[in-house]
Write a protein that binds this ligand. Structure first.
Ligand SMILES: [Fe+2]
Length: 446
């Protein structure tokens, strides 16, 4: 049997939760960084190597707290779901639960802070899971009973309003649901947008006037679902591929759909409206996904592309910005939905190796690369501004890393404007952090 990539090397789960205080660091941790760098990924508690898929492992959240120029702690905790609590003999998770929850209510894809709560989140219909500031599971959360179905791993926070904008899908539902969560932590708007199948909708984007929907040809395969496939989505190019522009205060009938070349996009970098009212969307584009090889997350190189859509009409202009294989695009999140100049990604080398961080200057047309030798792998970069009113790119890029020689992880802090240089600080963790998905910098309340 072929080895399951997602149970080997640093994709493999770790056995235990860890707590370490007063971490050793090299260099100088900027004193302005007061908060927690959180990250989450799958950490399956009892995976079957024959069927395990990376997307379906029980969640584990990792955090490093920075205070006063010191790394105060590292913690890792399971995001408790029914499988985890049963296996560990822990009490069940309280709070609401969906009858059709996947994996006993797992949440493994992103960790955010909203309305004063730390939330572990996932797509496909499951509810968010609220965590304490020390990353212990508190309870499942349906936004005080206001969330109609499930949520998503990739809500977009409008920097002007603080509201979250989300594209929600459910396995088998032939619709994409636009959900807006207010700053009070309650859903204030939902729009059900019908689509002709049940696509996997991983992410979304916003602009000043539009919510951007991705209706792409990775679609529920009912035959696979009936045969009990753990992840019953396949590449179905005949489904077509289109981008929808939903006016943010409009209804389903107002969506402007535009066809694009078949592809899959897990992650837009950002979207905005240019001076002529065209919608510009920068994305990491995969030429196809789940066409053949179930244990690979990508088939064909994921590259950085730009789509330009004129809502008044005409075809979508599709351009390649950078053809290096890359994923996990991030930006200065004060610019979500607004014109951006810079983006940060992970370069993905042969063998699905996360070998460098990239910083794209999309106005200057230049890319800088940060690498630290062949043993060092990088996880998703997170930008933190130096101060609330600092310029774009004036701040730090933080990332969890994995050192294959030491079989251990660090957190590196890069000066964003000196991206290729050695980190200003490297925080040494006592354990490895498995390759996972996403995370965020969550500043301490001021
Ligand atoms: Fe994602």
């Amino acid at each position: 049997m072929t080895e399951n990539l997602y149970l080997s090397g640093n994709f493999a789960p770790v056995a235990d939760e860890q707590t370490a205080l007063d971490l050793r660091a090299t260099g100088r941790i900027p004193e302005e960084l007061e908060g927690r760098l959180l990250r989450i990924g799958p950490n399956p508690i009892a995976p079957d190597p024959a069927t395990y898929h990376w997307f379906l492992g029980n969640g584990m959240v990792h955090g490093v707290a920075l205070r006063g120029g010191r790394a105060a702690w590292y913690r890792s905790r399971f995001v408790r779901d029914d499988e985890v609590t049963a296996a560990k003999g822990w009490p069940p998770v309280s709070g609401p639960q969906r009858a059709d929850a996947l994996g006993g209510g797992l949440a493994n894809t992103n960790v955010i802070s909203h309305a004063g709560k730390t939330l572990a989140i996932v797509e496909g219909g499951n509810l968010p899971v609220e965590l304490s500031s020390d990353l212990e599971t508190v309870q499942r959360c349906d936004f005080a009973g206001t969330l109609p179905t499930g949520f998503t791993a990739h809500p977009k926070r409008d920097p002007d309003t603080g509201e979250l904008h989300a594209a929600v899908y459910g396995v088998g539902a032939e619709r994409i649901q636009y959900v807006v969560v207010g700053v009070d932590g309650r859903v204030r708007k939902t729009v059900d947008v019908p689509v002709p199948g049940s696509p996997m909708v991983h992410d979304c984007a916003i602009t000043k006037n539009y919510f951007v929907l991705l209706d792409l040809p990775v679609v529920l395969d009912t035959a696979a679902a009936e045969h009990g496939s753990g992840f019953p989505y396949t590449w179905q190019p005949e489904y077509g591929a289109r981008v929808g522009l939903l006016p943010r205060e409009g209804g389903a009938e107002d969506v402007i759909w535009r066809e694009i070349e078949p592809c899959y996009v897990f992650h837009p970098l950002n979207a905005y409206e240019d001076a002529d009212g065209r919608v510009v969307i920068d994305v990491v584009r995969l030429p196809q996904l789940f066409a053949s090889e179930r244990y690979r997350a990508t088939e064909g190189p994921p590259a950085l592309d730009r789509w330009t859509i004129d809502p008044r009409g005409g075809p979508v202009k599709e351009e390649r910005l950078d053809d290096r294989p890359q994923e996990f695009p991030r930006l200065d999140e004060r610019l979500v939905g607004k014109p951006h100049r810079y983006g940060y990604t992970v370069e993905v080398g042969p063998g699905f190796r996360f070998e460098a961080l990239l910083k794209h200057d999309l106005r200057g047309g230049r890319t800088e690369r940060h690498e630290e030798g062949p043993a060092r792998a990088f996880m998703e970069p997170v930008f933190v501004p130096r101060s609330p009113d600092a310029d774009e790119d004036d701040g730090w890029v933080l990332a969890y890393t994995y050192d294959a020689d030491a079989n251990r992880s660090d957190v590196v802090i890069l000066e964003a404007r000196d991206f290729s240089a050695a980190p200003v600080a490297t925080i040494h963790l006592p354990v490895r952090v498995p390759f996972g998905f996403h995370g965020n910098w969550i500043p301490d309340p001021s």
